[in-house]
Design a protein around this ligand. Structure first.
Ligand code: MLC
Ligand code: AMP
Length: 510
């Protein structure tokens, strides 16, 4: 008997054949891709990857602008049985250097404008194949793929085989690559398809970047698995979203996207009349935003909770019969996913008690790439993953996230780890020490700021420090303001009291 192929691509592809000549993706520059186009293009790209004769498990790293072809590259990587490694286009040299040396990809695909610096880094990391891909359908990747056959048999993969590695920064030390399997991604996609009640005829506005869980997995998998058309935006633009609302039924965003949409006078009940579902996640949604959205549009935002390591783990209900959507909560554990809240001693807590959120289920990743000790630390002896988030269940089983035990700032849906920024600041001449904190920000939810202590006699300039950081790290991580102080507040143990720094600057961007 022929063994079942658990390659995630096979499940996503099932929709390709249903209505091959219908539009699968419509872009903001007027292009339309049919399902048949997706089938052919992923076959050609998979054949190109196959022609490189890479060993099983080889990584394909992509640092490109958002484009349909970048999504096709992801799908083709699955199809070829290789492991996809998406990288934020904002990453600078030091960040990319680390990811390439750590992940040792066999293939790197970058924007052609970045080739002058990505190429040498890839060479240094021993990458065998470097291609370019631009958002206007040019670059060496597509030129080479154009010579390939448009027929391709998807590689056989088991549920436990790796599909993707997503880097998430570490609270201290090095960034960790979360290894996600075909089984993790498919089980989560199927669960969401059912729980969010995807319908024939649903149309998704895709406005998120595709190098993180939300845009790449939750949004794209949802539409592909359901055979739904995507109205594709290369970049979030509130007006472009508004224009598309009358033709769409589903939208997904981080809270900043909802805040920016609410600033548009055109956001009305009439504009949203055809919409079925608005999903928010990746960062805390303010209750004010939740309520204002309800008043303005007549729709109740569905807030859900996820992580790179676990894909989606909890969600407010979609269907009325599953319950109401409660603002300020991330809903209940998704079907098949178990969540518990425990105290510092690991004991299970009762409803309304605040503790550490832990999770178990088919969605939970396989471990951190080449970091067995770190992986062991982040799991309990009985196999629960420690999320690093702090929360409580209410009596109805709805989870509220009240904070994080990890020192993490989430700005506009992007994670910023203070330790990383502090280490760059501390390496700067004239800096004795620094502390990076997040303060309330009306647009980004949290805004990154730094407090820097100059060395005796040193004269530091805010603009110069910012300019230096912009060369070292992704722009969204760069502090929006840097303040100078003679010393940092410390407690009796000598630990910097970040809470005091946060309250000192809490009104800065509010
Ligand atoms: C951009 N900028 C930001 C920023 N995004 N600053 C802080 N935080 C952010 N998130 C800054 C840039 O540094 C730049 O500053 C200026 O804004 C303009 O850049 P831009 O790229 O033109 O910005 P814009 O297009 O307005 O981007 C804002 C945004 C974007 C909200 C659309 O950040 C975004 O798409 N966020 C979504 C992130 C996301 O998908 N997260 C999901 C993670 S998955 P300067 O000074 O350099 O000019 C996950 C798991 C889960 O968390 O549960 O889903
Ligand atoms: P990432 O590592 O980028 O996947 O980010 C995961 C983190 O985002 C989680 O551990 C949470 O801290 C946060 N997060 C995701 N969704 C939500 C949400 N709905 N509310 C609050 N925080 C969230």
């Amino acid at each position: 008997m022929k063994k079942h192929n658990s390659n995630l691509f096979c499940a996503l592809r099932a929709a390709f054949d249903q209505n091959p000549n219908a539009v699968a993706i419509e872009t903001d520059n007027g292009l339309a891709y049919t399902w048949h186009d997706l089938e052919r293009a992923t076959a050609m790209l998979a054949n190109l990857l196959g022609s490189l004769r890479l060993p099983a498990g080889s990584r394909v790293a992509a640092q490109t602008d958002k484009s349909v072809e970048a999504l096709l590259l992801y799908l083709a990587t699955l199809r070829a049985g290789l492991v996809y490694l998406p990288l934020n286009i904002a990453y600078q040299q030091a960040e990319l250097d680390y990811f390439l040396r750590d992940a040792e990809p066999a293939v790197v695909v970058c924007a052609s404008r970045n080739l002058p610096w990505v190429g040498p880094l890839a060479d240094k990391a021993g990458v065998a194949h470097v291609f370019t891909l631009d958002d206007d359908r040019t670059g060496s990747l597509l030129a080479r793929a154009a010579q390939m056959s448009d027929r391709h048999e998807p590689a056989h993969r088991d549920v436990d085989d790796l599909a993707a590695i997503l880097y998430t920064s570490g609270t201290t030390g090095r960034s960790k690559g979360a290894m996600l399997t075909h089984g993790n991604l498919l089980s989560n996609a199927r669960t969401l398809q059912a729980y969010w009640d995807w319908q024939p005829g649903d149309v998704l506005i895709h406005a998120l970047p595709i190098f993180h869980v939300h845009g790449l997995f939750v949004a794209s998998h949802g539409a592909l698995l359901n055979g739904s058309t995507m109205l594709w935006l290369s970049k979030f633009d509130p007006r472009a979203v508004l224009e598309r609302l009358p033709r769409a039924t589903v939208f997904m965003g981080v809270p900043t996207l909802y805040v920016r949409l609410l600033a548009e006078p055109g956001l009305t009940r009439e504009a949203c009349a055809r919409m079925r579902l608005f999903v928010s996640g990746s960062a805390p949604l303010l209750i004010e935003t939740f309520r204002e959205w309800q008043t303005r549009t007549g729709h109740t935002l569905l807030e859900r909770y996820g992580m790179s390591e676990t894909v989606m783990l909890a969600s407010n209900p979609c269907r009325a019969e599953d319950g109401e959507r409660v603002g300020g909560t991330v809903g209940r554990p998704l079907p098949g996913v178990q969540i518990r809240v425990v105290g510092d001693d690991g004991a299970l807590l009762a409803a309304d008690e605040v503790g550490h959120i832990q999770v178990r289920g088919p969605n939970v990743f396989k471990g951190y790439w080449r970091m067995p000790e770190k992986t062991a630390e982040e799991f309990t002896a009985d196999g629960w993953f420690k999320t690093g988030d702090v929360g409580r269940f209410d009596g109805r089983g709805y989870l509220t996230i009240v904070g994080r035990s990890k020192d993490l700032i989430i700005s506009g849906g992007y994670n910023v780890y203070p330790a990383e920024i502090e280490s760059h600041l501390n390496d700067t001449e004239g800096v004795a020490e620094s502390a990076v904190v997040g303060v309330p920000h009306a647009d980004f939810g949290e805004g990154v700021i730094a407090i820097v202590v100059p060395r005796p006699g040193a004269v530091l300039d805010e603009a110069a420090l910012v300019a230096r950081l912009k060369q070292q790290i992704a722009n969204y991580k760069v502090p929006k303001r840097i303040f100078f102080q003679d010393e940092l507040p410390r407690n009796a143990m000598g630990k910097v009291q970040k809470n005091l720094l946060r309250s000192q600057h809490e009104k800065l961007f509010a």
